[in-house]
Design a protein around this ligand. Structure first.
Ligand code: AVI
Length: 318
């Protein structure tokens, strides 16, 4: 997840795409900045802290499900598959899966090479006999995987309900890209957060300790740090709301007063009550998830959930 700033000697240069996304996002109405920009160093630390919060159930629930079902998954998947993880594999879920499916190789894919190499080193230390092949790429598009795993059947792994951060249209495109990249006979193990009562969902994204608020507001701090911004961060407040029509939690930054500020030399005005939309986290019911998988070219084989039905893991085949 971590996307480091670009270093150039002593100067830290902003990613040109970050600059373009922030400027166009502040210009448009409603205003919106893509959630991928949350994950600078501080943002990644705050996200780690979120995953331990009492209100944020997804991480611990998915981890517990994975522990419970891992043996069964290993039986369904068979031996000798190459596990291809979409994301750097830094989570505690990766060793659980690798420990029980006995893969022929492990290929974590991430756009941030530095973070990828770091987490791959840690995994190699934990699984010294496993062939670990970190692969730097944007997994939103189909890609040619390393030649070393060309002949092995693949098991894609996409935990964390990260698919929920995409619109359904983007999610279908991603599932199709994964299918193309993984090839014939592939399987996919994917986590999706379930629709549930709005109170539980909103609390998970607006915790009592205010960590998610800090995570959201850090985006503005990052704008100030990297884009020469003068955004009065204290003039914004974190808002998490359930959009029932779209079955998603939305995070926004709401202006608490009229403000003027500059970003990368451009001036902006924002009125009290206006928001900057920063994240969507879509939730899927059992049937919704199956329809999404099928639309993405995958046939659902089996799903598992926790006793309260909060979170689900799906195994699907190409
Ligand atoms: C990374 N992603 C799956 C998290 C989620 O639940 O949508 C990001 C997050 N945003 C606020 N809390 C957690």
């Amino acid at each position: 997840m971590l996307k480091p700033e670009i270093e150039d000697g002593d100067m830290t240069l902003a990613d040109p795409q970050f600059r373009a996304d922030v400027l166009s996002g502040l210009e448009r109405r409603p205003r919106a900045i893509p959630a991928r920009w949350f994950y600078d160093h501080r943002g990644s630390e705050l996200f780690e802290a979120i995953t331990d919060l009492p209100e944020y159930y997804p991480t611990r629930t998915e981890t517990a499900i994975l522990h419970d079902i891992c043996g069964e998954v290993a039986g369904l998947v068979g031996e000798g598959r190459a596990v291809v993880e979409f994301g750097s594999g830094s989570s505690t879920k990766t060793p659980i899966l690798l420990g029980c499916v006995a893969p022929s190789a492990y290929v974590p894919i991430d756009i941030s090479g530095e973070f990828l190499r770091e987490s791959s080193r840690a995994l190699s230390a934990q699984f010294p006999d496993l062939l670990v092949l970190p692969f730097e790429a944007d997994f939103m598009r189909p890609m040619a995987l390393p030649r070393a795993i060309a002949d092995a059947p693949k098991l894609g792994f996409f935990p964390g309900s990260t698919i929920g951060n995409m619109t359904p249209l983007m999610a279908v495109d991603l599932l199709r890209a994964m299918r193309t990249s993984l090839g014939e006979g592939a399987q996919l193990l994917i986590g999706m957060d379930r629709i549930k009562d709005a109170g539980t969902l909103v609390e998970a994204y607006d915790d009592a300790a205010g960590v998610t608020g800090k995570f959201n507001l850090n985006l503005l701090e990052r704008v100030n740090r990297e884009l020469d911004g003068t955004v009065p961060v204290e003039g914004f407040r974190h808002v998490a709301r359930w959009n029932d029509d779209r079955a998603r939690i939305e995070m926004h930054l709401e202006a608490t007063r009229d403000m003027k500020f500059e970003v990368a030399g451009q001036r902006f005005d924002i009125a009290a009550g206006e928001t900057i939309h920063t994240e969507n986290s879509h939730k899927y019911g059992e049937r919704d998830a199956r329809i999404l998988l099928r639309a993405g070219g995958w046939t659902p084989l089996k799903s598992w959930t926790d006793a309260e039905g909060k979170f689900a893991l799906y195994l699907a085949e190409a």
